[in-house]
Design a protein around this ligand. Structure first.
Ligand code: KIV
Length: 279
């Protein structure tokens, strides 16, 4: 059985809940072992987002994520981190049908990955799923505002909170998620002033993405943040590096050296029969 770095050394969901109104909570998505290792010293929370289906597997939407996919990436991130609170997304289809299905899927994720919490999308409509999972002792992070699992139903990625009715619905969603027992809630793709209002309105930390600097924390998709995203980058993303050009440049130089027989060079081949070459 795989052993993951001890839960005692990690930031817990309860630690995150207590940080309402304090120093902003730093969150990023992570899907793989090496990236989790690189991010772990710098963040409070790593989300194994169902965005993995788009970012690493090339699906058009997050609906391409499966429970097996989330568990495999959750295990890799748990192996690569020692300190961060690791939250794994519940994929579409794994929780909506009933509270019983939600509990069974969450139990599989928590048991097979050892993660600290799960996340699911929805407000008033999914509050009973959150409450059922929390009642079984598994912490839940909510996700309201723009919900990527609903983009096909919503007719695209639409910013929320532009109308009074929509603002009222968001307030009800935020209250429902809090009352259901979530330890924090992601607010995605929402008008800045509305995200700030939601943050003041509820007592659990809000984690913003395309929301407001007034949220209790921020999250970005790691590939967007390091400039690896090859398709359209959303307006709310800030690229802190440009790995796209670094990788394209490295590939071009490698190709030129292979074609010109400059690689492998003397440092990259084994020459001595005695076996004293550096490996
Ligand atoms: O799947 C994901 O990456 C997410 C974040 C964008 C919050 O849900």
């Amino acid at each position: 059985m795989t052993r993951y770095p001890s839960a005692d050394s990690r930031i817990s969901a309860e630690n995150i809940r207590r940080r309402k109104g304090g120093v902003p909570i730093v969150c990023l998505t992570a899907y793989t072992y090496p990236v989790a290792r690189l991010l772990d010293p710098h963040v409070d929370l790593l989300l194994v987002g169902d965005s993995v289906a788009m970012v690493l597997h090339g699906h058009a939407t997050t609906l391409g994520a499966s429970l097996e996919m989330m568990i495999a990436h959750g295990q890799a991130v748990m192996r690569g981190s020692v300190k961060a609170c690791v939250v794994v997304d519940m994929p579409a289809g794994s929780y909506e049908a009933s509270p019983e299905l939600a509990v069974a899927s969450a139990r599989r994720i928590v048991k097979e990955t050892g993660c600290q919490a799960v996340k699911l999308e929805g407000g008033v409509d999914m509050a009973s799923r959150i409450a059922a999972i929390v009642a079984e002792g598994m912490p839940v992070m909510g996700h309201i505002g723009l919900q990527p699992q609903s983009v096909e139903k919503d007719g695209g990625y639409k910013i929320k909170g532009r109308t009074q009715d929509n603002i009222a619905a968001l307030l009800s969603d935020a209250e429902a998620v809090e009352e259901a027992g979530a330890f924090s809630v992601v607010i995605e793709g929402t008008m800045e002033a509305v995200a700030a209002k939601l943050t003041r309105h509820i007592s659990i930390p809000t984690i913003g993405i395309g929301a407001s600097a007034d949220c209790d924390g921020q999250i970005l998709v790691i590939d967007d943040m390091v400039g690896m995203t090859v398709d359209r980058v959303p307006k709310f993303v800030k690229e802190y590096a440009n790995l796209r050009s670094a990788i394209a440049d490295a590939a071009a130089r490698y190709a030129a050296e292979v074609r010109g027989r400059a690689f492998p060079g003397p440092d990259h081949v084994f020459k001595t029969a005695s076996g004293k070459d550096k490996t």
